[in-house]
Write a protein that binds this ligand. Structure first.
Ligand SMILES: *Cc1c(COP(=O)(O)O)cnc(C)c1O
Length: 422
């Protein structure tokens, strides 16, 4: 199932032609499919409930795509939010996620962010270190409340993914070492201002194999048993996100059903509410980056297709050597082997080298697929380019859900100091 398919030879997002969107909004622009977000959100839930995992709390990891309209679509699907900053918490609330359904993760929550989250009444803090727990407890105690919390543990599992998106090995910055967790949990559980409910983990992103997740979950199962031996009440376990998606033909991520079956098997005796934080799985294939070919520049080996999207709009290829399929909006049937690059003055601003693609010419429209997660949210204005806009499609209607922020607007926020004026 795919919500970006050709109709009469022209690529559409649901019922809307991408050419129509390019004419109305210009390029580059991210285009999202409401139906795709909904389908992914439902498939993930069904994978769990279908396997009998029913005491669940789903928190969409909004860093994958924090657009307000996307958050509203997912809140309407009954998803809470996993946030990693005060700004994301603000967005989740604005998107309509109830405070009690918000989980605050992240290794560097500031005291100001902890305070704001306590005042908002969010449902859970995932603690990353003991001192954070002590500070949160003191802040809560001073308000006469107890902060609901779990301790994030680092299970020391190699997720087998790209090093920059791996988070569960002992040398990573996330979580407390699993062999220190029992003692630390005991100390934190003593604090008046904390209501410590359980454990959280998240071992990495774009996982294409269930084995590392299963290993990590089994370690958490053993830890729960150990904590209960010491008299702790463990009622929640947050299993994080990380499931991979198809970016490229040949990628075979686990299905939601396979994941659900594994979770059911491993957690059968845990007797807890399970929490999940999917991000990429929900968002990646719900969006494309629509771009226009500026030039086809002859090259020494292959021609360079120079598009008007660049690394500042979609950073994943430059950051992680990520693959995004590139397809013409109106393919003419021809094929070519080309390099695909943006206008930014860095050789790293290259989306693909020596790739076989639809034949394109100057002025043609094309898309990078799989761009709904970790796309617009990582965009910058490097090279004084505009901040890329976002469009949401729903059936045969569409709306701009984030404006293109022009270089003039960004320039307007800059000042000359007095001594340079005149
Ligand atoms: C990034 C992140 C997620 C989401 O990861 P995906 O790979 O996008 O599913 C979930 N939980 C935490 C704590 C994260 O940092």
């Amino acid at each position: 199932m795919d919500n970006f398919t050709p109709v009469d030879g022209a690529l559409h997002a649901e019922g809307v032609s991408l050419s129509t969107i390019a004419d109305a909004v210009g390029t580059p622009v991210y285009v999202y499919s409401t139906a795709a977000f909904q389908r992914h959100a439902r498939a993930f839930r069904d994978g769990l409930t279908g396997a009998g995992v029913t005491r669940i709390h789903l928190a969409y990891a909004i860093k994958a795509n924090p657009n307000l309209a996307v958050l509203r679509v997912l809140a309407n699907e009954g998803y809470g939010a996993d946030v990693v900053s005060g700004g994301e918490m603000m967005r989740a609330l604005a998107g309509g996620v109830p405070a009690k359904d918000i989980v605050f993760s992240g290794v560097g929550k500031t005291r100001e962010e902890l305070t704001a989250a306590l005042d908002a009444g969010i449902g859970q803090f995932n603690l990353e270190l003991e001192e954070e727990g002590e500070v949160l407890a003191a802040l809560a105690h001073a308000r006469g409340i107890r902060a609901p919390a779990t301790l994030r543990v680092n299970p020391d599992v190699d997720a087998g993914t790209h090093a920059k998106i791996s988070t569960g090995r002992k040398e990573n910055k996330f979580g407390v070492p699993i062999d220190q967790a029992v003692e630390m949990y005991g100390r934190l559980a003593e604090l008046d201002g904390l209501a410590l409910h359980g454990i959280a983990i998240h071992i990495g992103s774009q996982l294409l194999d269930l084995a590392p997740l299963e290993t990590a979950y089994r370690r958490i199962g053993a830890l729960i048993a150990e904590l209960r031996k010491f008299g702790h009440f463990i009622t929640r376990v947050d299993l994080g996100g990380g499931l991979g998606v198809i970016y490229k033909a040949g990628d075979v991520p686990p299905s939601a059903a396979d994941y659900g079956a594994m979770v059911a098997r491993v957690t059968r005796d845990w007797d807890v509410e399970l929490m999940f934080e999917p991000g990429r799985l929900i968002a990646a294939n719900a969006g494309v980056l629509l771009t226009k070919v500026i030039w086809v520049k002859p090259g020494v080996i292959n021609p360079y297709v120079i598009v008007d999207a660049a690394m500042n709009d979609l950073a994943r290829p430059a950051l992680y050597d990520a693959w995004h399929d590139f397809v013409a909006v109106r393919p003419n049937g021809g094929r070519m082997t080309a390099n695909i690059a943006g206008p930014v003055c860095e050789s790293g601003d290259t989306f693909a080298m020596g790739r076989e693609i639809d034949e394109v010419h100057s002025g043609d429209l094309a898309v990078f697929r799989g761009a709904g997660a970790y796309g617009a949210t990582m965009a910058s204005t490097y090279n004084s380019r505009a901040l890329v806009p976002e469009v949401l499609v729903d059936g045969d209607r569409f709306a701009v859900v984030a404006d293109r922020i022009q270089p003039e607007t960004i320039l307007a926020a800059e000042r000359l100091p007095d001594w340079l004026k005149g």
